[in-house]
Write a protein that binds this ligand. Structure first.
Ligand code: PLP
Length: 438
C-alpha cells in the first residue's frame, strides 16, 4: 500500500486526535534509516522521539526479544515473577546516580512512571503538593498533563486538572523573565523566585515533591543551569520534600551519560525512565532511594503489563549495547560536531537564536527579530524541506520554534555528515541569510 492509500484509510479509521508530524507510513527500519510505504528512505534524527537511541532493529535487542518470546510472553509480575524484571531493577539501581542504595518499580510508559513517582512521593512524605515547572512535559495521563506546562494541545479542555499542583519558573536562560544574562544569574533568580513562591504562597510543609527535567525536552531542549539544580536539591532536602528527576526523554545515554543529571553530579530521590530504556518495546521505571521505596506496603503499586518480559529483555540488551559500544563517548562526539557546525551557521543566520544541549540532544531555537519573537514558520519549513530531502526532524518547544536533534547515538561519521548536510540545506532554504535582526 502507498502512503496516499494509507492516508485515506487512516482518515477514515483513526481518531484525528492522534496527531502525526510527518505524513508518511514507515514500512521498515534499520540502523539510522527508515523506509516508508512508497519505498523512500529517510535518515532518522527523531528516533521515534528519543526511543531508538541505538538505532532501529539493533540485532542484539532483536535476538534478546525473540529468545524471550520463544520462552514465554506474559504471566504478569503480580502473578509469577519474571527473572528479567529483577535483572532490569538490579541494572537500573546500579547505574542510578548517587551512592544511596536504590530499588526499582517497572511500568509501561513515561506518563505511568511519572504517575507512580508522584504516588510514591505523596505516600512517603504524607504531603500533597507537587511543584512542577514552566516548559515541563511529563505526559498525557491526568496527573501527568496536570504537571505539564503547555496548554495546547496537552491540557486545554481536559480540566479539572489534578489537585495540589503548583508551577514555578524553569531557569530558561535564553528567555528568562528576570533579564538575567548568565547561567549563574538565571539560576539565582529562579531559585529565589521558587523559594519565595513555596514559602509564602504554598507553605514549605505542604510540598511532597519537586518534579523537574534537568534538560527540558518538549519545552525546547533547555538544560537547567547547574547552580539551580544544586539549589533545588538542597532546598528539597531542607524542607523535607523529594526531588523527582524526570529522565524519560534525556536518559539512557542520550546526553553522553546514563542520565542528564549525571552531568551535575547530583542524586535525586526518585528517577523516571522510559523511551530509550527498551528500544521501542514498552517499559518504564521508577528508580528510587531504597529508604523511600521500602516505605510502601506490598500491593500499593502494580500494573498488568509493567515489567513485561519482552520489555525487560529489550532493556537488558539495550543497556548492554550502550556499555559495550562505548556510546556515551560517541553521543558526546556526535553532539560536539553538530554544535560546532550549527555554531558556524548561526554566524550567517541571525534567525538562529540559540543552539544548546548536552551530548546528542541538541535544540536549535529560531527567532524572527531582535525581540526573540518565536519563528515557528521557519521550523515548519525546515522540517518539511528536510523530510522531502530524506531527513526526519522534529519540532519542539513551548513556542513551537525549536528543532530538536535526536540522532542515533551509534550513528556512523558518514551518516552524521549526511544529516548535517541535509539539515544545513533545509536551514538555508528556509531562512533569509545574513542581515542582523531588526
Ligand atoms: C520528560 C518526559 N516525561 C514523560 C513523558 C511521557 O512519556 P510517554 O509518552 O511514554 O507517556 C515524556 C514524553 O515525551 C517526556 O519527554
Amino acid at each position: 500500500m502507498t502512503n496516499q492509500t494509507l492516508a485515506q484509510k487512516r482518515a477514515a479509521a483513526v481518531a484525528p486526535a492522534a496527531y502525526s508530524v510527518h505524513p508518511f507510513y514507515p514500512e521498515r527500519a534499520q540502523g539510522s534509516y527508515v523506509w516508508d510505504a512508497d519505498g523512500k528512505r529517510y535518515l532518522d534524527w527523531s528516533v521515534g522521539i528519543a526511543v531508538m537511541n541505538i538505532g532501529h532493529s539493533h540485532p542484539k535487542v532483536l535476538s534478546a526479544v525473540k529468545e524471550q518470546i520463544d520462552k514465554f510472553q506474559h504471566l504478569c509480575f503480580a502473578v509469577g515473577m519474571n527473572e528479567t524484571y529483577i535483572q532490569v531493577a538490579e541494572k537500573l539501581n546500579s547505574i542510578a546516580p548517587g551512592k544511596s542504595p536504590k530499588k526499582t518499580f517497572l511500568v509501561n510508559s513515561g506518563a505511568e512512571a511519572v504517575e507512580n513517582a508522584v504516588k510514591i512521593a505523596r505516600v512517603v512524605t504524607g504531603r500533597q503538593g507537587i511543584v512542577s515547572f514552566t516548559h515541563a512535559f511529563h505526559g498525557r495521563t491526568h496527573m501527568a498533563l496536570s504537571l505539564t506546562a503547555k496548554a495546547n494541545p496537552y491540557k486545554a479542555g481536559f480540566a479539572p486538572r489534578a489537585a495540589e499542583i503548583y508551577r514555578a519558573q524553569y531557569p530558561y536562560m535564553y528567555r528568562n523573565p528576570w533579564g538575567a544574562k548568565t547561567e549563574q544569574e538565571t539560576a539565582e533568580k529562579a531559585l529565589a523566585a521558587l523559594k519565595d513562591q513555596v514559602k509564602y504562597t504554598i507553605g514549605e510543609s505542604e510540598i511532597a515533591a519537586f518534579i523537574l527535567e534537568p534538560m527540558a525536552g518538549e519545552g525546547g531542549f533547555i538544560p537547567a543551569p547547574e547552580a539551580f539544580l544544586r539549589g533545588l536539591r538542597d532546598y528539597a532536602t531542607e524542607i523535607g520534600a523529594l526531588w523527582i528527576d524526570d529522565e524519560v526523554q534525556a536518559g539512557i545515554g542520550r546526553t553522553g551519560q546514563w542520565w542528564a543529571v549525571d552531568h551535575y553530579g547530583l542524586e535525586p530521590d526518585l528517577i523516571t525512565s522510559a523511551k530509550a530504556l527498551s528500544s521501542g518495546f514498552p517499559l518504564s521505571a521508577v528508580i528510587g532511594k531504597a529508604e523511600i521505596m521500602d516505605k510502601l506496603e506490598p500491593g500499593m503499586l502494580g500494573s498488568t503489563f509493567g515489567g513485561n518480559p519482552t520489555g525487560c529483555a529489550a532493556a537488558l540488551a539495550t543497556l548492554k549495547v550502550i556499555e559495550e559500544e562505548n556510546l556515551f563517548e560517541r553521543a558526546k562526539d556526535i553532539g560536539a560536531v553538530i554544535k560546532d557546525r550549527l555554531g558556524k551557521l548561526q554566524k550567517s543566520y541571525s534567525q538562529i537564536g540559540d543552539v544548546r544541549g548536552m551530548g546528542a540532544m541538541i535544540g536549535i531555537e529560531f527567532i524572527k527579530d531582535a525581540n526573540k519573537t518565536p519563528h515557528e514558520d521557519a521550523v515548519d519549513a525546515i522540517v518539511a524541506h528536510a523530510r522531502d530531502n530524506g531527513l526526519i526532524l522534529l519540532p519542539t518547544g513551548t513556542y513551537s520554534n525549536v528543532i530538536r536533534l535526536l540522532p542515533p547515538i551509534n550513528m556512523s561519521t558518514e551518516e552524521l555528515e549526511e544529516g548535517l548536510e541535509k539539515l544545513e540545506s533545509a536551514i538555508k532554504f528556509a531562512l533569509e541569510p545574513a542581515m542582523s535582526l531588526a
